[in-house]
Design a protein around this ligand. Structure first.
Ligand code: AKB
Length: 317
């Protein structure tokens, strides 16, 4: 590949791990990490880093030109729970930053974009189980509305201008290297920290509120596989459904209890319960399987084991 890779939002939950994975694959100097502020994460100190506000179009252009960026991974977003607290900020950040990237690709400054959508594009009227790739989409959160609008923009830029944009509707992502922030699915990460630190956890969703989730290793692999798939295999230019594991708080707690003696959980649902209630419980990703051979590797128990083992080391327990 000629040109470099730029990651917007490199200090976030996905950005941190994607930067590491791409640096390992292509070499540190070929992967430029950027975020609104410098990170003290030791993992990100081994290659180029730029402070970049993704809502600033000229700053984004300057970094793309400076490094002759070929592929841009756009991982900047305000997530569902924070978005409900700051609706206009969420809309502005989520939409402007995407449109700046699409415009840079239309002008030929960059050649390829990966942009994440989310299961939040679905809403209360969407079929809940095995939600199809194409179905009713009436999201009821600002985050979901911005992701659905973003999907339409991506497809528009592909059809109208030939922009090579690729996207996945991420489920909730479970990771140990970096934590999520401001999402509705965050409970499924917190539970592992609390299991190790306190042996108990209070979930903010109700007992049987199932949601689609995925271990970060699978999500990073899917992201790179889709972004690097031959263009003719990428038939969906809005965003692909991606399924990993589907579970509710009771089921993940039972998985944790297999490996943490005496672990207990209770549920005190808050405003995030209503957001979760509007989302699918499970996802049909047969289109991603068909088009670019997607297959997840982790199930609930293998994810639980990986999370607990790695977090114990990280937390010194
Ligand atoms: C959130 O909970 O907002 C995100 C998402 C599902 O996109 N993790």
């Amino acid at each position: 590949m000629s040109g470099t890779i730029l990651i917007l939002g490199a200090c976030g939950q996905i950005g941190t791990e994607l930067t590491l994975a791409l640096r390992e694959k292509y070499g540190n100097e070929h992967v430029v990490a950027s975020d609104i502020r410098r990170s003290d994460l030791p993992e990100l100190q081994n290659g180029p880093f730029e402070i970049l506000d993704a809502s600033d179009a000229s700053a984004m252009r300057a970094v793309c030109e400076k490094y002759q960026v070929h592929t841009l991974y756009h991982l900047v977003a305000m997530l569902s729970a924070t978005g409900e607290k700051f609706p206009m900020k969420a809309w502005d950040l989520n939409m402007q930053s995407l449109l700046h990237a699409l415009e840079l690709a239309r002008e030929g400054v960059i050649q390829k974009i990966f942009w994440p959508s989310s299961i939040a594009v679905f809403g209360p009227t969407t079929p809940k189980e095995n939600t199809p790739q194409q179905t009713i989409m009436e999201p009821s959160t600002v985050y979901g509305i911005s992701k659905l609008a973003g999907e339409r923009w991506c497809e528009y830029y592909f059809k109208k201008y030939g922009v090579d944009v690729r996207s996945i509707r991420y489920p909730g992502l479970i990771s140990w290297k970096s934590q999520p922030g401001g999402g509705t699915t965050d409970y499924a990460v917190e539970i592992y920290y609390k299991a190790i630190e306190e042996g108990r956890y209070t979930a903010f969703l109700s007992e049987y509120r199932a949601l689609p989730m995925m271990y970060m290793d699978d999500a990073i692999r899917a992201t790179i596989e889709l972004t690097e798939a031959p263009a003719e295999k990428v038939k969906v230019r809005s965003s692909y459904n991606l399924a990993g594991i589907s579970f509710d708080p009771v089921t993940i707690a039972a998985s944790v209890a297999k490996y943490v003696d005496g672990f207990t959980m209770d549920c005190v649902p808050d405003f995030r319960e209503e957001i979760a209630a509007s989302w699918p419980a499970s996802i049909d990703d047969s289109k991603a399987q068909e088009d670019w051979n997607w297959t997840p590797k982790y199930d609930l128990d293998s994810m639980t084991q990986a999370m607990l083992e790695n977090l114990k080391v990280k937390l010194g327990k």
